[in-house]
Design a protein. Structure first.
Length: 270
C-alpha cells in the first residue's frame, strides 16, 4: 500500500466523540445494552482486583510494549461499550470510527480451579471480603499467581479487532484490556464469570459457621443463620449430627395423685 493510501484526514477529538455517541445511541435504540467504561479519575484501576488484572498483563513481554498504547484511549472514554461474559470480552472502541473488539479467554481448567480452591480452603472468611479484596496476603498470592492463579496467560487469550492495524494487539485491543481492569474495580465477580468458575466456592461453610459461633452473646448481637446464608450466598444448615438425631418427645412428669382407700383410717391411730 502506498503512503497516500495509508493517509487519513485528521478528525478532531470532539468530532470523533460526537460520532461515537451517535453510533451508541443507534445501538441503544436497537435494544443493545451499552456499557461504556467511565473512569472517575486518571487512574485506570483503584482496587485490588483491577490493579491485579492490569499488573498481571503488564508482566508479560508480549504485552508490556503494546499495552501503554491503550491507556490514552481508555482514559479519554474511547471504550464505548464493554461486555464480559463466560470466556468472552466484547467491546466497541472509538477511533476514526467505531471498531469492534472481541477477546476470547479460555475458561479455567477444572483441575486448576480445584487446586486453587484447595490452597485457599478455610482462608476466605466471607464473600464481602473476597470481592472487596480484603483477604490475606497468602490468598492474594494464590489467586494472583502468574501461572496457577485466576488470571489468564497470553497463550489463553485470543485477540481480534476490526481496525486495519496489522498488529494482534492494536491500541483498541489494549484499551479494552485496560477497560477490563477498570470494570473489575466495580464488579470483581466478572473475573470469575470470565474464567467460568463460581466465586462462592472459595467461601467455605465452615468459615461462615465460625462467625456465628464467635458472635458475642447479648441482645441483637448474635447473627441469624438465615441472614448469614443470604450474605455469603451459601446454604448454612444444621450440622449432620443434629439432622440425623431424632427429636425427643417432651416427657411430662406428673405428680402422683393421693387417693384414699375405703375402709382405711384417715389418721395414723387404730
Amino acid at each position: 500500500m502506498s503512503y497516500w493510501g495509508m493517509w487519513r484526514p485528521y478528525v478532531p477529538v470532539w468530532k470523533r466523540r460526537r460520532n461515537a455517541e451517535k453510533a451508541m445511541d443507534k445501538l441503544r435504540k436497537k435494544g443493545v445494552n451499552i456499557q461504556p467504561v467511565v473512569l472517575e479519575g486518571r487512574k485506570i484501576a483503584e482496587t485490588f482486583w483491577g490493579k491485579a488484572w492490569c499488573g498481571h498483563l503488564e508482566k508479560f513481554s508480549d504485552y508490556e510494549n503494546r499495552l501503554p498504547r491503550g491507556c490514552t484511549y481508555v482514559r479519554n472514554g474511547s471504550v464505548c461499550h464493554l461486555d464480559i461474559r463466560k470466556g468472552t470480552i466484547e467491546a466497541k472502541v472509538r477511533g476514526s470510527r467505531i471498531y469492534d473488539v472481541e477477546i476470547a479467554v479460555k475458561t479455567l481448567a477444572p483441575q486448576k480451579w480445584k487446586a486453587l480452591k484447595k490452597r485457599c480452603a478455610g482462608q476466605v472468611g466471607s464473600m464481602l471480603e473476597l470481592l472487596q479484596g480484603r483477604i490475606s496476603n497468602q490468598v492474594m498470592s494464590i489467586v494472583t499467581d502468574r501461572s496457577s492463579g485466576l488470571f489468564p496467560l497470553p497463550k489463553e487469550i485470543d485477540l481480534d479487532c476490526s481496525c486495519p492495524d496489522w498488529a494482534d494487539m492494536c491500541k483498541h485491543v489494549a484499551a479494552v484490556l485496560y477497560g477490563v481492569g477498570a470494570r473489575l474495580d466495580k464488579k470483581p465477580e466478572l473475573l470469575f464469570l470470565l474464567r467460568g468458575v463460581d466465586h462462592a466456592e472459595l467461601v467455605s461453610e465452615d468459615a461462615a459457621r465460625a462467625v456465628v459461633t464467635r458472635a458475642p452473646a447479648g441482645k441483637g448481637r448474635v447473627l441469624d443463620e438465615k441472614a448469614l446464608s443470604d450474605v455469603f450466598g451459601i446454604d448454612i444448615g444444621e450440622p449432620a449430627e443434629a439432622r440425623s438425631r431424632p427429636a425427643r418427645k417432651a416427657q411430662i412428669r406428673r405428680r402422683p395423685r393421693m387417693t384414699r382407700k375405703r375402709g382405711l383410717p384417715v389418721s395414723g391411730t387404730a
